[in-house]
Design a protein around this ligand. Sequence first.
Ligand SMILES: Nc1ncnc2c1ncn2[C@@H]1O[C@H](COP(=O)(O)OP(=O)(O)O)[C@@H](O)[C@H]1O
Ligand SMILES: [Mg+2]
Length: 458
Amino acid sequence: MKKLSVKLGILFFLIIFGLITFMFFFLHMGIAESRVEEELKALQARGNSHRAVLEKHFDKETIDHVVLMESESLTDVIITNKDGKVLGSSSGIAQYEKYLKIPNSLNTAEGQIVEDNWKDEPYIATVSPVEVNGQLTAYVFMFENTVSVHSLIKGLNEHFFLAGWITVCLTIIIIVFLSKGITKPLLKMKEATSQMSKGEFSVSLPITSDDELGDLAKSIELLATDLNYLKQERNEFLASISHELRTPLTYIKGYADIVQKRKLPDEEREKYLKIIVEESNRLSVLIKELFDLAKMDQNSFAIQKERIELKPFFTKMEQRLFLAFQEKGLHFTLQCPQNIFIQADPLRLEQILLNLLDNSIKYSQPGGDIKLKAWQRKKAIHLAVQDNGKGIPEKELPLIFNRFYRVDKSRTRSLGGTGLGLAIVKELVHAHGAQIHVKSKEHAGTEVELIFKGELKQ
Ligand SMILES: Nc1ncnc2c1ncn2[C@@H]1O[C@H](COP(=O)(O)OP(=O)(O)O)[C@@H](O)[C@H]1O
Ligand SMILES: [Mg+2]
């Protein structure tokens, strides 16, 4: 029994059936017992009222009158003297004879029930003793047929059986409904997920309901789309990596072959060896950057935040980059007030700023201006690297954080770019819980701004 709908249907059936059985036993018994009790009380009351009449006038005429009254009703009366001799009877006495026994402990005032076993006996019976002048003189026996109680019970039984049949039918309907409404969509989802586990991501699930099942179907579709996107991205990334690795390797191999095979003048040999060294450097930078990104993807690198004072931090970086600025004839300006502090991992912050400054140096013309700025606005600390270099075309701006993305592939290659710098910067900035924004205009310059939230000026 694997089907969910059958399981749910049977559960439903068992609950309803249990409820009906419970009701059948308790309600059914309760109703029958209370009905019999009422009948007995009424019978006793009737007997007692005959007794009252007889106590006033105990004579043949009154006895006949009582008998006559009962012969018209559904109950019967038998009046006996104190020794059990029948004085009057509203119908024959043969069927009542076995009940004409005086109970041992007779309650003379209230009368007594003689027979209350409605289940097995055809009659229920009561007796009321008649006292004339303080002397026990006679007994009034009252009888009532139990047929009416039995027919009541029969009626009840029929109702309960009907209810039982209705639950069986309802259960079948519910099983059919459940298998359509629940099991089918679940089976489709199961098929979809097993398809996905085989690498087939183009699944489409009909979202028919707005309940949890519909939500689940939506989530599975979303998952499929995401996985598909990740798969494509991974393929593109792998293709880019192999391309990026192949290019420097081709150079290295090509020039190494030339140097090895041909007898070259020293000057030319030097030139080729220099290219080999440069390309090897590129390769090791590329591999280091890829490794950084891989670590970031796995979240296996830790950001160890410290309180850093920005002014001395920037000054140290300026000193490190001094030669690079000078080589290209660039003017560097530092705009940072004293006593601005930031909570960041110093090594990572240095990596971020070096990447941004390196870009500004690479993509600026000689004589250009590069600014490194920091300021505080409300509770946030803003850092910015600004240049008046070649800028980035507007339509390419959203793409520059993509891995291996370079605006001008051939030119940037000659500048030694890998296209991974900004991807790494973005990951590092986000790992700090900070934001990064780029503003750029072609041929006018670029400004990259970082916003670190919640750092207070000391
Ligand atoms: N300051 C800048 N000025 C002009 N272009 C820039 C600047 N910074 C980044 N870019 C563009 O964005 C691309 C991606 O930058 P990045 O990821 O650092 O790669 P890389 O520096 O290795 O080329 C660069 O190739 C360049 O085209
Ligand atoms: Mg770069």
